[in-house]
Design a protein around this ligand. Structure first.
Ligand code: 8ID
Ligand code: ZN
Length: 356
């Protein structure tokens, strides 16, 4: 029942054309190495990281040609001979950004799998989920709870787990103010929901009436439109004002644009934490040393999450505490999704359906 060829969306070179290849070779079960699993991908989210990969935005280039995608949700259809795993054919599984890691180095032993020197990444160093049949790794596939629709699970596998972990790193407790900058995007709208679910007071920063309305529907009543507060220091003053006059306890920056980083260190209250998540190209966080010391600020980089974070993040969705706002479109729409994402027109997440 596994075809010789199927559909994949591919680019040969960064910034080159994005092709819908309907006769992309499918790796056959007897070709899987020990540890590898063939997944029939039913749905895949489109993360801004996939767009950065296509544009070649980052210092480490992706593999080329590349099948992108790292929010894949589907079912196991074959397991490589000699694989030690509890997975079986038919299981619902998620393909996340971190495709594999050694599980044996200091990073992995400490649960910091993303920084394993042998880490492989889906849709970057390895072909990912923008295809009907994807090869992944048994030890890093995430089990998806039965009953959670696969199109809802998909955005949790990168956006959800990443922001869930970022909140864990934010040094906050229930009742604290947290700013989510980029709050209407794929990561941001989930960050707002996780933060609300664990009892934080959320201030969303983004732009436009659609995103404001979306966030209000999650109980994030405080919305700051960055375009309406663009004057010198205006955003800083407004954020401080809505956070009890003294600023938030933490700011989680999930924006794909660099400007969101500019003001964060200035609107944080003393002992506040800046959690860097969004990955705009060629961007620096400029920290004034005197005020970093004087206000005892913390700056933390947060990179996806580990296997346990992925399980926990999905559990919030399975319990209905977090629900991605998705629009489902055909796999072949990827290039058009990138165009809309580039213009900031996507509120929440677009999820591609891999089979008709
Ligand atoms: O592990 C990680 N750290 C990780 C994991 C996954 C994704 C990091 N990322 C990175 C992506 O590579 C990307 O750089 O997070 C960033 C956001 O990904 P996304 O949520 O998938 O992107 P999006 O859906 O396009 O949302 C971005 C939002 O940012 C807003 C936009 O309006 C949009 O809603 N935004 C921008 I652009 N500039 C802003 C600004 N100055 C801003 N919001 C506030 N202030
Ligand atoms: Zn992602």
């Amino acid at each position: 029942q596994i075809p010789e060829a199927a559909t994949a969306v591919v680019f040969d070179k960064c910034n080159g054309p994005i092709r819908v290849d309907k006769s992309h070779k499918v790796v056959q079960p007897n070709e899987l190495a020990p540890g590898e699993v063939l997944v029939r991908v039913e749905y895949t989210g489109v993360c801004h990281t996939d767009l950065h990969a296509h544009k070649g935005d980052w210092p480490v280039p992706p593999k080329q040609p590349l099948v992108g995608g790292h929010e894949g949700a589907g079912r196991v259809v074959a397991i490589g001979n000699g694989t030690t795993t509890t997975l079986k054919e038919g299981d619902a599984v998620g393909i996340k950004w971190l495709a594999d890691s050694c599980l044996n180095c200091e990073n992995c032993r400490e649960g910091q799998e993303a920084t394993c020197p042998l880490a492989e990444t889906s849709g970057y160093s390895k072909d990912g989920s923008f295809q009907q049949y994807a090869v992944s790794f048994a030890r890093h596939l995430t089990p998806i709870p039965e009953g959670l629709p696969l199109e809802i699970a998909a955005p949790i596998l990168c956006a959800g787990v990443t922001v869930y972990k970022a909140i864990k790193q934010s040094n906050t407790k229930p009742g604290d103010f947290v700013v989510i900058s980029g709050a209407g995007g794929g990561l941001g709208h989930l960050a707002v929901q996780y933060a609300t679910a664990i009892g934080l007071r959320v201030v969303g920063i983004d732009t436009g009436a659609d995103k404001k309305k979306l966030l209000a529907s999650y109980g994030a009543d405080i919305f700051v439109d960055f375009k309406e507060h663009s004057g010198d220091g205006a955003l800083i003053e407004e954020v401080k004002r809505v956070c009890g006059g003294v600023g938030p306890h933490a700011a989680i920056i999930t924006s794909a644009g660099g400007a969101a980083y500019n003001d964060a260190l200035e609107y944080l209250r003393p002992h506040g934490t800046l959690v860097a998540v969004g990955l705009p190209p060629d961007t620096y966080i400029k920290a004034n040393v005197f005020f970093t010391v004087f206000k005892a600020l913390r700056i933390v980089g947060s990179y996806v999450g580990n296997r346990q974070d992925a399980v926990e993040a999905l559990d919030f969705a399975a319990r209905g505490l977090v629900k991605p706002m998705i629009v489902v479109e055909p796999l072949a729409n990827l290039a058009s999704v990138y165009e809309r994402m580039e213009k900031g027109q996507v509120a929440g997440r677009i999820v591609l359906k891999c089979f008709d």
